[in-house]
Write a protein that binds this ligand. Sequence first.
Ligand code: NAD
Length: 421
Amino acid sequence: MTTEQVAAPINAWQVAQRQFDLAAEMLNLDPGLRRVLREPRRELTVHFPVHMDDGNVQVFTGFRVQHNLGRGPAKGGIRYHQDVTLDEVKALAMWMTWKCAVVGIPYGGGKGGVIVDPKKLSKKELEGLSRRFFTEISVLIGPERDIPAPDVNTTPQIMAWFMDTYSMHQGYTVPGVVTGKPISLGGSEGRNEATARGCVFTVVKAAAHLGIDLKSATVAVQGYGNAGSIAAQLMAAEGSTVVAVSDSTGGIRNMAGLDPDKVLAWKKEHGTVQGFPGAEDISNAELLETPCDVLIPAAYENQITARNAMDIKARIVAEAANGPTTPEADEILYQRGVFMIPDILCNAGGVTVSYFEWVQDLNRDHWTEKEVNAKLKVIMDQAFAEVLAQSQKHGVNMRTGAYLNAVQRVADATAMRGLYP
Ligand code: NAD
């Protein structure tokens, strides 16, 4: 039994630092630079009051972390979840730095989170929480400084409240302060689908590289939210058969195929994918171990660990989620010949179209969805080719290949700027 198996829960920040250390070692990174890049630049914790519908005042805790600003302003989503921790947000911020560098967009990495189960709030409470949280973190935020976006449990409506709150304080409308907004407020066409679309672009490339015909391929998706449900729809559009999906309540499986649109309609009606007609209910553990060609984790961190990596049957793992695989599991999957498309590449479509949204906002411009998707494809295809080339050159897995590219780019920018003062 490994230490990981006895020492749960796994700390995402330690995972992120280990992944960085591996790349820094291989790149023979200068020790000073290594110390700088190994820590976040800024960590803000806020405790803030919200009026609840019953007349009480409740105090919530939230975070905004900026990992590195060497290549541009901080960029990264805000997550609402009852289990959010500062360490989780630090890990997610560091991953954003590498992700922006992998796809070559001019941002550093940031992330935010609030410890809350938003499903337990009324719409009014959710708005109050969102506006007050954004005010509290606004000391760090701005269209040239730090630009948040949606993540787990945060929506275009919440982005609209963030934008409005910031704009009220400024005295004029500032659409570029947040991305993932509704289209009517300067949101980009294609942003809602961007994470999943980018993920599927990388799956198409991986399948071509491995000689897998996606038209006869089977797919399992963990997490049926923004990233997961749209990834399932887009994989079905590629001709693949979606055989299993899950959400926080559990999963469903039908080896003859599930209709992703009907599953989404079922989930909207019943609040869960489970009970879907014609499918068997399964656990999330069973979902991950489902025989399939492509497994898309699209929920949370630390889902594929040393515990279950031997039982993963997929030929491709496409990480729509951030941090779903631990370093131990990475090694096991690599040894077993499973092709990993790492998060910092696989789900970079979201931040890429966020970047497009920001560019459109700053220029008071609006691109068509066709234009957005075409530009996204160019960036994702190029990043995939660069990561594959790096992994082949050094004989390492795709994650390390992606890290080598990303860390080198961030290190170069940071070193060129020099140490102030
Ligand atoms: P979301 O809130 O829309 O969906 C999350 C889904 O995961 C929900 O269906 C939820 O029921 C499910 N879930 C929760 N716990 C689960 C569990 N234990 N097992 C299985 N499913 C579970 O969030 P999202 O925006 O789709 O984000 C999902 C992942 O994708 C996160 O890791 C996020 O960081 C990453 N991501 C999102 C974006 C984006 O643009 N939204 C961009 C990049 C990466």
